[in-house]
Design a protein around this ligand. Structure first.
Ligand code: INI
Length: 161
């Protein structure tokens, strides 16, 4: 059967169509997340015309829109961006947990990569550290994950129609 290595940084993004679903909640975090995702896609050759951005109110709304886009046939991967900060809400576990569960379900039910670019942190500072601070940039990482998964799936044996 061979070995299928995820190509990571080396993926050529030319021709890959990416939808980005981004939450408006905590815009000081999700704005930079989106910028990082766009930047990383562009660096790897994904043209602006192949990037669709859809805004949702909060992380809880990400899965439905991700599933609709993943099932549309109009994109090869969906990147979902959000920030759920524990200090802000007793709903943290519900919002973060349902976002994760729903995004995985969207990926598994459609066969299209759906990337979990949702920061789930205890504090706002921890989230800021992950959008270009001391802990890297999760928006950029989410973009790379999407391209890597598209490339990997194209090389894997798929079920016959
Ligand atoms: N949504 C987030 O994306 N992050 C949060 O930290 C958050 N907090 O704190 O509650 C949040 N809540 C809104 C939620 O995602 C839904 O939009 C809302 O419950 C309506 O369905």
């Amino acid at each position: 059967m061979g070995e299928y290595a995820a190509p990571g940084e080396a993926v050529d993004g030319a021709g890959i169509r990416v939808a980005v679903v981004v939450s408006r909640f905590n815009p000081d975090i999700t704005g930079p997340l989106l910028e990082g995702t766009r930047r990383a896609l562009a660096v790897r050759g994904v043209v602006d015309d192949d990037v669709t951005v859809a805004w949702v109110p909060g992380a809880f709304e990400l899965p439905l829109v991700a599933k609709v886009l993943a099932g549309s046939g109009a994109c090869d991967a969906v990147v979902c961006l959000g920030a759920v900060i524990r200090g802000d809400t007793p709903h943290f576990d519900y919002v973060a947990g349902e976002a994760a569960r729903g995004l995985q379900e969207a990926a598994l039910s459609t066969g299209v990569p759906v990337v979990f670019g949702v920061l789930t942190t205890d504090t706002r500072q921890q989230a800021l550290d992950r959008v270009g601070g001391s802990e890297g940039h999760k928006g950029e990482e989410a973009a790379l994950t999407a391209l890597e998964m598209v490339a990997l799936l194209r090389h894997l044996p798929r079920q016959r129609d």
